[in-house]
Design a protein around this ligand. Structure first.
Ligand code: BG6
Length: 476
């Protein structure tokens, strides 16, 4: 399966709403710089924001971002080219009439791509303004997450966006889908034959997926108060990972088929109930700027999912994420069932850990398979060793570079589809409204104790050994 090339023509301008914001500074400008360096961007880039900046100030901001967050300026010529492509328009989002000012900035462009890196509260006003000003014809719209904040708002946003743009002109971003390590999950599952016979309820005991961050909300307190961990990373990033691990093979070689299979995974998930979810909040969160003193918003989440399908019935999926945890690491652990008989003293849990497959997604990439081998000697005793199938490999493209380039080419393979987004929201819908209170946890720990109780019926959290511990057991 290859990613199709857009057949609808490349976008001839990129309009970046939220151009003075954090996301643009940290991720988008460095991605644009990389695109110019490899000859993938020659179209005008028009920054749009409320601030009454002039072009020069915007250019300085772009240069600073690349120096600070883009790995430094290593090609002055390419930077010069990017700077020459820039334009800037100040727009009041609450007054759609001001969007008409964009028309002049767009010049001869006939197929602009509008990137909405703005708060979700203004998505609809901007989309309506673009439609009303006649600027949406033949255009594309790229929408940053979060796409809605529950099922009803996601449906409303989809309906609204579809009233102005066609589905194949709407590009909903989940940057996890463009990560090399996550694309490798799809490849690894379906490019190998050894996995399929064991990839089901008969051989897999459980899945654990952890997205741990050792940092806090880093000045994003006001945003985080509207989101919380479940909405920020679980319902989107980690659910996408689950979908790739759980889906059936696509029945034909097209990304449309892949989107449908992923949607089916969400449809087969049992809607979460309050007892499936442990919410935690790190001590000190309430002192962060923009955070309410009595906030109950969760900065940690652990949950148990069930996928009610032929393949996965009865297999628990444990997901966990949090801020201010002991380390920054993302890892999947697939625990296999023990052999049917205990022929050797140490070949069965709890005397020995289960065989497993481990995918480390960040900060480095690895795929390892753990199995027991006999120790030399008279006794039939052994150790579990990891066979490392993939060790870190440098990424050629950042996720944003890939996504912007694909969206401008009209290629929606790595974006989320309307029905997939809604099916994912449906799983968390109930628990967004009815959940237990957040439990406090100390920064630098693995979250509240209740998370350990949640997983206890199926073992313990695998608290992530260092990347170089290739031949060791996971630390428990
Ligand atoms: C973002 C969340 O979508 O993903 C952040 O808003 C989170 O809170 C980030 O830190 C994690 O992404 P990555 O690529 O750093 O794993």
């Amino acid at each position: 399966m290859s990613t199709p090339n857009g057949d609808a023509g490349r976008s001839d301008a990129l309009v970046l709403f939220g151009a003075t914001g954090d996301l643009a500074y940290k991720k988008i400008f460095p991605a644009l710089y990389a695109m110019v360096k490899r000859g993938d961007l020659a179209a005008p880039v028009i920054g749009v924001a409320r601030s009454m900046w002039d072009l020069e100030r915007f250019q300085v901001r772009v240069r600073d971002s690349i120096a600070q967050d883009g790995g430094g300026i290593d090609d002055e010529h390419a930077l010069g080219r990017l700077i020459s492509l820039l334009g800037y328009v100040s727009i009041d989002y609450s007054d759609p009439a001001t969007l008409a000012a964009l028309r002049g900035a767009l010049g001869d462009a006939t197929r602009p791509a509008y990137y909405l890196a703005i708060p979700p509260s203004v998505f609809e006003t901007v989309i309506a303004g673009l439609g009303g000003a006649g600027l949406a014809d033949a255009a594309r719209v790229i929408v940053e997450k979060p796409f809605g904040r529950d099922l009803a708002s996601a449906k409303e946003l989809n309906r609204f966006a579809r009233s102005v743009f066609s589905e194949d002109s709407i590009f909903r971003i989940d940057h996890y889908l463009a990560k090399e390590e996550i694309m490798n999950l799809l490849y690894f599952r379906f490019a190998n034959s050894f996995l399929e016979p064991i990839w089901n309820r008969n051989y897999v005991a459980s899945f654990q997926i952890t997205l741990a961050e050792d940092f806090g909300v880093e000045g994003r307190g006001a945003f985080y108060e509207t989101a919380g961990c479940l909405r920020d990373v679980i319902e989107n990033h980690l659910f996408q990972v689950v979908a790739l691990l759980a889906m059936e093979p696509p029945t034909y070689r097209d990304f449309g088929a892949l989107h449908s299979e992923k949607t089916d995974v969400f449809k087969a998930m049992k809607p979460l109930a309050a007892d499936d979810l442990v919410r935690g909040q790190f001590v000190g969160y309430q002192n962060e700027p923009g955070v309410a003193k009595d906030s109950d918003v969760e900065t940690f989440c652990a949950l148990r999912l069930h996928i009610d399908s032929w393949r996965w019935a009865g297999v628990p999926w444990y997901l966990r994420s949090g801020k201010r945890l002991p380390k920054t690491v993302t890892e999947i652990l697939v625990e296999l069932k023990p052999p049917p008989q205990k022929l050797f003293e140490d070949s069965w849990p709890p005397d020995s850990p289960a065989n497993y497959l481990r995918f480390r997604l960040a900060p480095d990439a690895s795929i390892a398979l753990a199995a027991r081998v006999k120790r030399a000697g008279e006794e039939f005793l052994g150790d579990q060793r990891e066979l490392l199938l993939l060790d870190t490999q440098p990424n050629k493209e950042s996720p944003y570079e890939r996504l912007l380039s694909d969206a401008m080419a009209g290629n929606g393979a790595l974006f989320t589809r309307e029905d997939t987004v809604e099916a994912a929201w449906a799983v968390v819908e109930r628990v967004l409204a009815t959940h237990h209170r957040s439990q406090p946890y100390k920064p630098g720990t693995w979250g509240p104790k209740q998370a350990d109780k949640l997983i206890a019926p199926n073992g313990r959290w695998h608290n992530l050994a260092p990347a170089d511990a290739a031949s060791k057991q996971p630390t428990q």
